[in-house]
Design a protein around this ligand. Structure first.
Ligand SMILES: [Zn+2]
Length: 250
């Protein structure tokens, strides 16, 4: 019978929070709030780390001999790296919090521009010290760190034809041999692109249009192989092989 750990105190809480528990599923309970790891620790194959509990949740990875995949719920993964056993795949959650984090960044920029922090500090003493703030509208905004979240911030600011570089088809005419020496997939990964074509040319140039490829449900990249598989029509070839490997090793 498949076994799942759930982040609740006991079966009654799990039933209440999950609106019932699917039949044929065995449960163990682990909240990562100081409670003991379940006795089934040596059965764990796929470990979704408890959210925002720090790297301590991986300290007993050595007691998980069947462990194959560690999945974080954060985009950041560096603090877990030293604790992931050799041969175990570490997956991070890049993209999961883009929208909400971008929203937070825009909210803080708005609040800071309008001095809401100063008004809040003056409120307990009943001090009314009005000061003009600054609107975000019509400002030139510098986004430092233009990864997934930086792009989502920009997206939150203005709708564009291509909201996300993963939807872009980029044709690069390159006069550098760097693009010959580095594999295309690595370049796509580095530039956070799905659909990159590189030609050698005497004059460097680039063109950007919207990719015609469908979006993979797992990696969110637009790839030509999405829709070609019978078993996983929503996945790209790379993600399908990952999923197949995980299913086979069960
Ligand atoms: Zn994929």
């Amino acid at each position: 019978m498949p076994l799942a750990w759930v982040p609740y105190a006991d079966r009654a809480e799990a039933e209440r929070r999950l609106n019932g528990i699917p039949a044929g599923l065995e449960l163990d309970f682990y909240r990562a709030d100081g409670d003991e790891l379940p006795g089934s620790i040596d059965e764990v194959a796929f470990y979704v780390l408890p959210y925002m509990k720090g790297p301590a949740v991986l300290e007993r990875a050595a007691d998980m001999p069947k462990l194959q995949v560690v999945q974080t719920l954060t985009a950041g993964y560096e603090e877990f790296l030293p604790l992931v056993p050799p041969g175990v795949t570490l997956c991070n959650a890049a993209g999961l919090h883009d929208t909400s984090t971008a929203e937070l960044a825009v909210a803080l920029a708005l609040a800071s521009g309008r001095h809401l922090d100063e008004f809040a500090r003056n409120q307990p003493s009943g001090t009314w010290r009005f000061a003009f703030g600054r609107a975000l509208a019509d400002q030139r905004v510098l986004i430092i760190g233009y990864g997934h979240i930086g792009q989502a911030i920009e997206h939150a600011r203005q709708e564009k034809l291509i909201g996300n570089t993963l939807e872009a088809r980029v044709i690069l005419n390159s006069d550098s041999d760097v693009t010959d020496r580095i594999p295309k997939e690595e370049l796509e990964e580095f530039f956070i692109l799905s659909d990159l074509t590189i030609h050698r040319a005497d004059e460097p140039s680039a063109s950007v249009t919207k990719t015609p490829y469908k979006k993979c449900a797992r990696c969110w990249r637009h790839r030509p192989t999405v829709g070609t598989s019978k078993t996983h029509p929503d996945l790209c070839d790379r993600c399908e092989s990952v999923v197949a490997a995980m299913t086979k090793s069960k």
